[in-house]
Design a protein around this ligand. Structure first.
Ligand SMILES: [Zn+2]
Length: 459
């Protein structure tokens, strides 16, 4: 089966031009003007549309046991939501906790995805403890194609690692050529501040942010950077939320530390007043690092435009209203997370590109290409070129709509971005040459997604 995309304006990093794309056997095989095609080729007319490489979300949670409950999406619902929103590949955090066996956890996470995802996917392997078996287990996991790790400096006694474990993980990662992603908040300070606030009777969701202030994230970011500096490993800060933490990362980068930065959708568009809303409305907007004071948003947008922030992910993590209410008596029991997998591309396009904060090149780079390069997926993913997978987003910049839980595909009863207008959305989305989405609806093949095997590349 072959597919022709006619007359679109192709936008990839470093290039923008009008052409036809011809796709055969899952990859782009020809790019040019007025291409000829065999008679039974499926044709998509992209006149007036932008054609982007499929977008990559480098940070999602799909299967996630957390705080005695499970995030709401499955790979079936999460991947459809991703595709409708233009994301054709996601990288899921594989998160066994400290009491679980790492290899068993890895197999469990893989089994949840296999045969169920409609888009391609990969994993970051969380290292949540470092014991005798860890090195051999991680070597097996890397050999299986999962060439990135995740560590948590936060979530003491659950996901979190101490400094010794962080050192050992980075030292091994350096030897294996694996990039290490990190959640950077000081676990001890978070625990102490939570206790202090609760002892003062401060239990509502508005106290979540003060329990993990900007300085706590900046300390974690700086410490991670120092450990990278002293091991020579390559690191990637996930969901960096504020100016203080950004300074810590950039200071390290300026002295040659191999540190990359991701920020996630909520921190660009939502501020801490959302979590200060009364009751469950506030709880819906609790994530970690928390939503911050508004002035940080301009800092993040500027840093993104200047490439100081490499990528935009979501930290997609849907807990519904009932689950959020587990924290009604204490903010420390609110399951952390805001869903966003479906909204990232449209909101970044609307509030970045259309508002003049991002040019199209940086938009494509930060939402697709850069992640592909950092995580060993390029040029198979993240670009439009002969030989690359035909993951394509034919984007309608004239579409007007509103984000709402009433119409979204995510398996959750609210949206963190409810009511936000969008100016643009995918009209057709393909996964390896198969049309999976048309005009906001999934029309494709469930279970089409494959796990993407990746080689270490950070030596
Ligand atoms: Zn996360």
């Amino acid at each position: 089966m072959s597919l022709m995309i006619r007359n679109g304006e192709i936008v990839a990093v470093g290039s923008r031009y009008k052409a036809d794309l011809y796709i055969e056997d899952e990859v782009v095989t020809r790019i040019g003007k007025d291409l000829e095609a065999p008679p039974n080729t499926e044709v998509v007319d992209a006149t007036g549309k932008l054609v982007f490489p499929g977008f990559i979300d480098p940070h999602v949670h799909i299967y996630l046991p957390f705080m005695a409950t499970f995030a709401k999406d499955t790979h079936e619902t999460g991947s459809i939501a991703a595709l409708v929103g233009g994301t054709t590949t996601y990288i899921e955090m594989c998160c066994p906790n400290r009491n679980d066996d790492a290899l068993e956890g890895y197999q469990l996470w893989k089994s949840k995805a296999e045969g169920n995802s409609a888009c391609d996917y990969a994993f970051h392997m969380s290292v949540t403890k470092y014991i005798d078996e860890t090195e051999s287990q991680l070597r097996q996991i890397v050999a299986d194609g999962t060439a990135s790790f995740k560590i948590f400096l936060a979530y003491k006694n659950f996901f979190g690692v101490d400094d010794a474990e962080m050192y050992k993980t980075l030292e091994l990662a350096k030897r294996l050529g694996v990039i290490v992603t990190a959640h950077c908040e000081n676990a001890e300070l978070v625990a102490r501040l939570q206790q202090k606030l609760l002892a003062e009777g401060k239990t509502g969701p508005e106290w979540h942010e003060p329990s993990r202030p900007e300085s706590v994230e900046a300390e974690g970011t700086g410490r991670f950077a120092t450990f990278l500096e002293n091991t020579g490993a390559t690191g990637y800060v996930v969901h960096l939320s504020c100016e203080k933490a950004l300074r810590a990362a950039l200071t390290a980068k300026s002295r040659g530390v191999k540190i990359h930065v991701e920020s996630v959708l909520p921190h660009f568009l939502l501020d801490k007043t959302y979590a200060e809303r009364p009751g469950v409305e506030g709880m819906k907007h609790v994530m970690s690092p928390p939503l911050r004071a508004k002035h940080n948003q301009d800092v993040l947008w500027d840093a993104l435009a200047m490439r100081s922030i490499d990528t935009v992910g979501t930290d997609h993590c849907p807990f519904d209203t009932e689950q959020k209410l587990l924290g009604k008596d204490s903010f420390v029991n609110i399951p952390n997370g805001i869903p966003g997998i479906e909204d990232r591309v449209n909101l970044l396009y609307t509030y970045g590109v259309k508002r003049g904060r991002l040019d199209l090149d940086r938009f494509v780079d930060s939402a697709s290409t850069r992640a592909a390069k950092l995580f060993g997926l390029f040029p198979r993913k993240g670009t439009i070129a002969v030989g690359s997978d035909a993951d394509l987003v034919i984007y309608d910049p004239d579409y007007r709509g509103v984000v709402s839980a009433q119409s979204h595909q995510v398996n959750n009863d609210y949206s963190g971005f409810e009511g936000m207008p969008i100016e643009g959305r995918p009209s057709v989305v393909t996964v390896r040459g198969k049309v999976q989405v048309r005009d906001g609806k999934f029309v494709g093949e469930r279970g089409r997604g494959k796990m993407l095997k990746r080689e270490p590349s950070h030596f």
